[in-house]
Design a protein around this ligand. Structure first.
Ligand code: CMP
Length: 138
């Protein structure tokens, strides 16, 4: 069990002005920020980040959406970070997300679902390394 996870606040949420409220909910849930940046992915970078989904029918849509505007990328720390963060954000499809979860509050659809959260300790490390050098994490 690792104490770090990786998240992105996605372009739908940044463009609707939800960044502050989402960060507040994350902090109030007990996560601390170990690294954070406001950036925008190219389609190539979005494709590399989501390479594991390359053969899925929604891959093109996912890459176009994730490169459509700015995102916030962050490494978060908390005991049991990966599992607790996935609980905080709720199901991938906001229609199935529990009341009060970030996706229930802020997401519009399964594609435009406001936030990303790593699904394993291993992927949390890979995804954090995709965005941050050692000099950018504390
Ligand atoms: P995320 O947790 O970032 O990881 C993969 C993403 O693919 C997921 O969130 C969704 O935004 C997206 N995704 C999953 N299923 C679909 C789908 N059926 N249609 C469009 N996007 C999807």
């Amino acid at each position: 069990m690792s104490n770090r996870t990786f998240t992105m606040i996605k372009p739908d949420a940044t463009s609707k002005g939800y960044t502050g409220a989402i960060l507040q909910q994350i902090l109030e849930a007990g996560f601390t920020i170990k690294a954070m940046k406001w950036t925008r992915l190219t389609t190539e970078q979005a494709g590399l980040f989501y390479d594991i989904h390359r053969e899925r029918p929604f891959f093109g849509e996912l890459v176009d959406f994730m490169s459509s505007g700015p995102i916030v990328a962050a490494i978060l720390e908390k005991e049991n970070a990966v599992a607790d963060f996935r609980k905080l954000i709720g199901a991938t499809n906001p229609a199935q997300a529990e009341e009060g979860t970030i996706r229930k509050r802020f997401a519009a659809s399964v594609g435009e679902n406001a936030v990303h959260g790593s699904d394993s300790d291993e992927n949390a490390v890979i995804e954090g390394n995709f965005f941050f050098s050692q000099l950018e994490r504390f």
